[in-house]
Design a protein around this ligand. Structure first.
Ligand code: ATP
Ligand code: MG
Length: 372
């Protein structure tokens, strides 16, 4: 098959809806995915007409104005908008329109429509994949987290049993009371660890997307639940300085997994390094009422050319450790969806992540309980 015929077939069969227009915006070619997406029977139905045939009244005129201004000035336009299919149903797409040039002159435009429904499904799968990964690290930490309180509960319970043994036993009440309290504390710690495990393993949609009022200090403390021992056993010091009265509104599972991702990245970066190892987390509120989190480690830093790429999906330097390169990409998405920003700096062997999130007034209603 010659190249032109192959290109024609590739165009017609491409998975993305593609359309080509002349410079006035009249359609001169569309592919099968375009016809399917907008529910047209054949190319003949649309050729010569403008994109107005898929315009939805839901999309403000200003969007089209801005789109035309952009492409007329020779720049690619990208955005999400509502279109309408032939049968009147709504089609929500991510649209990219690029000018096509000949000898510097714009001769037409090429549009790609990505069905947002498809994209949203893909994103959901990515979220779930990251959650499974977080769960896997938790699985490793879980044995530690449960073994420790179990061992101390067993000791205390044995002490109480022995102290109570025999008819004439004289029990030392203060010591017995300490032992009983320690049993209660141990059980509560285990309950908390298991509660978190349940919360993480819940599927999105069955409560997993729920937003609630959270305190930053609690959020950070809970993010450590499954990693603290792993970090400490590697000689990593943890310093947390978070103001106690900072409130956020958000999805607990997702926000915890952001901190969890940062912690596992630091843990990996410290691997094989010598010298003092520290993770420092600071939290405060700025004058505009935003909650600022500064997350810092001294695990070597990230060299300049790589730093720009850390939030890219699938960017990883851990091929040998089976890194997916999704940790920071998903964290970035979670923070953006909470109306926040996350950025990365690195200098002198240190890596710093700055997170900014909308805060709540200092005295909001009681934070919600763990099991929602
Ligand atoms: N604290 C850090 N110190 C040094 N490099 C880091 C740090 N955090 C991230 N990186 C770099 O950024 C890359 C991307 O991180 P990201 O969390 O997105 O993926 P990953 O950790 O490689 O894979 P996964 O999250 O699936 O384990 C890492 O591979 C690493 O090179
Ligand atoms: Mg990671």
């Amino acid at each position: 098959m010659d190249t032109a015929a192959l290109m024609d077939k590739a165009f017609t069969q491409a998975d993305y809806a593609v359309n080509i227009t002349d410079k006035q915006g009249a359609l001169i070619k569309v592919n099968q995915a375009y016809l399917d997406l907008y529910k047209f029977g054949s190319e003949a139905e649309v050729l010569g007409r403008t994109q107005k045939i898929i315009r939805s009244p839901k999309t403000p005129v200003t969007v089209y104005k801005e789109m035309w201004n952009t492409i007329l000035s020779g720049i690619t336009w990208r955005g999400n908008l509502n279109n309408i299919a032939k049968d009147g149903s709504e089609v929500f797409v991510h649209l990219t329109i690029s000018p096509v040039r000949e000898a510097g002159e714009i001769v037409g435009y090429m549009g790609f429509s990505l069905d947002r429904a498809q994209q949203v499904q893909l994103e959901k799968e990515l979220f779930h994949a990251n959650k499974l990964e977080v769960l896997a690290t938790m699985g490793a930490g879980l044995a530690h987290e449960l073994n420790n309180p179990l061992a101390s509960i067993l000791l205390d319970a044995e002490y109480l049993r022995d102290a109570l043994a025999g008819p004439g036993s004289s029990i030392d009440r203060p010591t017995a009371s300490l032992a009983a309290n320690s049993v209660i504390n141990g059980v509560e710690r285990m309950k908390k660890v298991l509660g978190h495990l349940l919360m993480y393993s819940r599927k999105e949609g069955s409560g997993g997307r729920k937003h609630s009022t959270l305190t930053l200090a609690q959020l950070i403390e809970d993010s450590f639940l499954f990693l603290e021992r792993q970090l400490r056993s590697r000689g990593i010091d943890i310093a947390v300085e978070v103001e106690s009265d900072l409130f956020l509104h958000g999805n607990r599972t997702q926000l915890e997994s952001v901190i969890h991702n940062l912690l596992t990245n630091s843990r990996d970066a410290f691997e094989g390094r010598k010298g003092g190892k520290t993770i420092r987390i600071e939290g405060r509120m700025d004058a505009d009422g935003r909650v600022l989190i500064e997350y810092r480690d001294n695990a070597g830093g990230i060299p300049e050319p790589l730093r720009k790429r850390v939030f890219e999906p699938f960017f990883t330097t851990k091929k040998d450790m089976e890194g997916t390169g999704l940790g920071l990409a998903i964290s970035h998405k979670i923070i953006s969806e909470h109306g926040g920003t996350i950025s990365c700096d690195s200098a002198n062997g240190e890596t710093v992540f700055h997170i900014s999130l909308p805060g709540l007034p200092k005295d909001p209603p009681e934070p919600d309980g763990l099991i929602e």
